[in-house]
Design a protein around this ligand. Structure first.
Ligand SMILES: CCC/C=C/C(=O)SCCNC(=O)CCNC(=O)[C@H](O)C(C)(C)COP(=O)([O-])OP(=O)([O-])OC[C@H]1O[C@@H](n2cnc3c(N)ncnc32)[C@H](O)[C@@H]1OP(=O)([O-])[O-]
Length: 719
């Protein structure tokens, strides 16, 4: 709702009241319409201020209303009525003005913002466009190039940038509503002819066609198949080329196609899923709202390789005191230099001072004696990690949480090396750890709810999206990646090329296909793990057993490349050729293609033609099938956890909502049918055998994704 009061005798104050973010729900819109009517009808009111309660102006349209039968007054005429008012209306922007919230402010005649406020037309991130006049007003106010930048990316701007761009008229460090009221008093009675943005001519760039062609090309490239950014460009083009009323018609037309699209549903699902993962639960019944985290002031990082350095930077940037420990002399010296450089670059980007004094370095593990929490990030070797955990257990003060950054090893086994296994959890960061948003918080059977709550809270403090998951080999992300990588290799054996597989995955929306991604991360990483698992047999052996390990189909293709010293980008050769070691542009490699042919001949495989659909189905459905197994095993509490891990950690295209959401969009019955088909064709690939849970969900009528948690609970209780 919205409340109307009169302040300073002649200022009508309209306060949006819809906690927590004053979203423009049907009731709130009705409240605004009524309050505006009261303000305009009250002869004592000479000017008006619109603000939001609880320090936030407005979080935009109510996203929960999308996909329902929307009632109440529509936004566009409501904003037009405000703009058409003959009394000046001032928006008092505190906290956030996003999406429809900023569009409401653009309908006002003046905008006063608090210096800490953030503004943005964020609709594109939800698969929409600013369809409350935002695509037509913003370019008129700040020019086409700046508006295109904001609208196609949905980025948040600070109040200072908003002032510089001309979006707001005044920025204050004081009480925003008081300042806006003073402003409103000062403009009462003044002409509003030059303050109605919809009446401004849109500044026309000198060569409209060339500008929009160039922008469209760039947007298509970065959109990775998302349709909303493209519609945003089209809508802004209408602002630049058509009169306002026709531009508005175009805006509504484009919005109509986006509004009901699967992409909008996927992106809005991601928005809520990102928030839902914070409400974690464990199979023991422990939950986010009943487990109290401990506050962490001082933390330590053990091991300053790539991961440890990133983690140390992320901790320091979150304001913690950090003890960074590295016992190897060469790595120690190098790491100190690198960490400082990373902090300086980060601080320069943010325009702040680098928190260099937050980190103390030591070559002695005893330096961690008084910290509240340790994150171990030594080399991925169980014997080494066991030793570190045994040491930590004796060195650290009572109650210190001991966390491991392992990406796959058994967290419970590490806990068993300590005196207090309840204090041990996994904190699995993704490289580069100071940049990537995802954190898997891994609990073992003995991890205490407080340890999980503390790691989750620390993740949040570090600006991460943290997801609590159970302990198993590879946890959620890497466990699901294994069948995906494996399918890609099998496809190569059967006749595909890296170019075909990567092309299909990139067209689907991944930033990089599986082979380009492997080249980037280094092929030797997986090789070492496979060696440790006893899977690698040197040489190009022939005969049927050469492609079977531990009773199941195995492709040694990756091992054979590593034997040749082809580790990917770092060696200049992998699944592709690079101009020099470290180069990033993947080029077709004739050697690789003859190698594949030779391999197939040696193993008596007749290459067959395959299409993009088979590539996608085999890679993605194998990964999704493992996702269902993870849900069945209770390793992830719900599909949202898996989807957020994939969107934030594995570049799964957000506009496809994550693998489990995607499966629900494709249709569970179809996914099941195709898995059955591929399992029949390849009975030696156990990952293709449809998971029981998937079968049971299909048998129970394929409930929508938001009902899976409930359905899984019900299915469990029937066992
Ligand atoms: C149609 C014409 C064109 C217009 C289109 C639009 O405006 S599209 C919209 C464009 N707007 C945007 O893109 C802005 C989207 N919102 C945000 O970016 C952030 O919420 C924030 C920065 C406003 C506050 O951040 P913060 O960290 O302080 O808080 P938090 O993020 O944890 O949220 C708290 C609770 O509020 C909920 N909720 C939030 N917003 C909405 C909403 N609009 N609606 C409904 N609910 C919303 C959120 O789910 C959560 O609920 P939970 O989990 O407690 O049940």
């Amino acid at each position: 709702m919205a409340q109307f009061t009169r302040v300073s005798r002649s200022v009508g104050l309209i306060t949006l009241q819809n906690p927590p973010v004053n979203a423009l729900s049907a009731v709130t819109r009705q409240g605004i319409v009524d309050a505006v009517k009261s303000a305009l009808g009250d002869p004592k009111v000479k000017s008006v201020v619109i603000c939001g309660q609880n320090g936030i102006f407005c979080g935009g349209a109510d996203i929960k209303e999308f996909g329902t039968n929307i009632t109440g007054p529509p936004l566009v005429p409501m904003i037009h009525a405000i703009e058409a008012s003959n009394k000046p209306v001032v928006a008092a922007i505190e906290g956030s003005a996003f999406g429809g919230g900023l569009e409401l402010a653009l309908g006002c005649h003046y905008r006063v913002a608090h210096s800490k406020a953030k503004l943005g037309l964020t609709e594109v991130t939800l698969g929409l466009l600013p369809a409350a006049g935002g695509t037509q007003r913003l370019p008129r106010l700040i020019g086409v190039p700046a508006a295109l930048n904001l609208i196609t990316t949905g980025r948040h701007v600070t109040a200072a940038e908003a002032l510089q761009l001309g979006i707001v008229d005044q920025v204050t460090d004081h009480n925003t509503v008081d300042e806006a009221v003073k402003f409103a008093l000062s403009v009462a009675g003044k002409s509003l002819d030059a303050r109605r943005i919809s009446t401004y001519p849109c500044p026309r760039p000198s060569d409209v066609d060339a500008l929009f062609e160039e922008v469209m090309q760039k947007v298509r490239q970065s959109a990775r198949g998302a349709i909303a950014p493209i519609a945003c460009v089209q809508a802004v083009r209408a602002a630049a080329t058509l009169p306002y009323s026709q531009g508005m018609e175009r805006e509504q037309e484009l919005m109509a196609t986006l509004f009901t699209s699967g992409q909008a549903r996927a992106l809005q699902y991601c928005f809520f899923a990102q928030r839902a993962v914070g409400r974690w639960s464990m199979p023991s019944g422990a939950r986010w709202d009943t487990s109290k985290p401990r506050s962490i002031r001082k933390a330590a990082v053990i091991g300053l390789g790539t991961m440890g350095r990133g983690i140390a930077v992320a901790l320091a940037q979150a304001g913690l005191s950090v003890v960074a420990v590295e016992t190897q002399e060469k790595q120690f010296t190098e790491a100190k230099k690198m960490v400082s450089g990373m902090m300086e670059r980060g601080a320069k980007r943010r325009g702040t001072a680098p928190p260099l004094d937050k980190i103390t370095y030591s070559q002695n593990i005893q330096a961690v004696a008084d910290v509240d929490l340790v994150i171990e990030a030594v080399f991925e070797d169980m014997a080494l990690k066991e030793k570190v955990f045994q040491q930590l257990s004796t060195i650290c003060k009572q109650g210190t949480f001991l966390c491991t950054n392992t990406s796959a090893l058994d967290v419970d086994h590490l806990a068993s090396q300590t005196r207090n296994p309840e204090l041990v959890v996994g904190m699995h960061f993704f490289a580069p750890a100071h940049v990537m948003k995802l954190l898997e918080v891994v609990y073992g059977p003995r991890s205490s709810p407080q340890a999980v709550a503390t790691a989750m809270q620390l993740g949040k403090k570090m600006g991460k999206v943290s997801v609590a998951v159970g302990n198993c080999r590879g946890f959620v992300g890497n466990r699901m990646l294994k069948p995906y990588l494996e399918q890609a290799l099998f496809l190569l054996e059967e006749g595909a090329t890296p170019e075909l597989v990567d092309g299909a995955l990139e067209e689907f929306g991944f930033a990089l296909g599986v082979f380009k991604m492997s080249d980037l991360s280094g092929l030797d990483v997986g090789w070492k793990i496979r060696k440790g698992d006893g899977l690698v047999e040197p040489g190009l052996a022939s005969g049927p057993s050469a492609r079977i390990r531990q009773g199941r189909r195995y492709s040694p293709l990756g091992d054979l490349l590593c034997e040749q010293g082809r580790f990917g980008q770092k060696t200049g050769q992998g699944w592709y050729r690079y101009d020099k070691p470290g180069s990033r542009v993947a080029r077709y490699d004739p050697w690789l293609h003859s190698f594949l042919e030779e391999y197939r001949t040696q193993h008596g495989i007749v290459a067959r033609r395959m299409d993009q659909q088979e590539v996608l189905e085999r890679c993605l459905y194998a990964l999704i099938n493992e996702g269902f197994r993870i849900l069945e095993d209770g390793i992830a509490a719900g599909p949202e956890d898996i989807d957020i891990i994939y969107v934030f950690g594995y570049s799964w295209p957000r506009h496809r909502g994550g693998p489990m959401f995607y499966a629900s969009m494709v249709g569970l019955a179809k996914v099941l049918k195709r898995l059955e088909h591929y399992h029949q064709a390849h009975p030696d690939i156990p990952y293709m055998q449809p998971c029981n849970l998937l079968r049971r969900l299909v048998a129970s009528g394929s409930p929508p994704v938001h009902k899976w948690k409930e359905a899984i609970k019900k299915l469990r209780s029937q066992l």
